[in-house]
Design a protein around this ligand. Sequence first.
Ligand code: MLT
Length: 200
Amino acid sequence: MKHLYKKAAKEGHPVLLLLHGTGGTEEDLLPIAETVDPDAAVLSVRGEVTENGMPRFFRRLSEGVFDEEDLVKRTGGLNGFLQEAADRYGFDRGNIVAIGYSNGANIAASLLFHYRDALKGAILHHPMVPLRNVALPAQTAPVFIGAGTNDPICPRSEAEELASLLQNAGADVHLHWENYGHALTASEIRAAADWYRAAF
Ligand code: MLT
């Protein structure tokens, strides 16, 4: 997968896996990684699917309606890539904390839905429920969900449902609300950074 990697400035800090939103690139979330943990390693990946020229992590049939077969396949591909990257760059596969926005948050959530040890933790900015009617593996990863009370793309009910599905699987979920629609604001990023510092 097209990606960029930055080594940790301090030994033992997590690897931040950055997953952009629809139409983004692997450069987009770099400033967020810098705010959340400037000493962490960074593995930032570009989605391999394109929709009218816009990179995404999996196909969708329409806005908010996912191609589940493709989602499952791409989630497996990303999980495999994480192992390859760990081998190539020599980091601990068990020390990855995802930071995803929108479509990137959805594939991060899908990793948690499919694999027990895919992530050590996750910051999900404006996620949806990636798919329903699957039995989640037991999850111990702490999860921050940043959501908008008035988000037209990722509605309030989706964030709440995602939080309870992850909680039922054992995850410690913190749900943070903003009132700026689908936008990722500085105050949401600050809240995620505060949560991260307490969690790791
Ligand atoms: C998705 O397709 O993953 C969601 O609708 C969010 C987005 O538009 O990226």
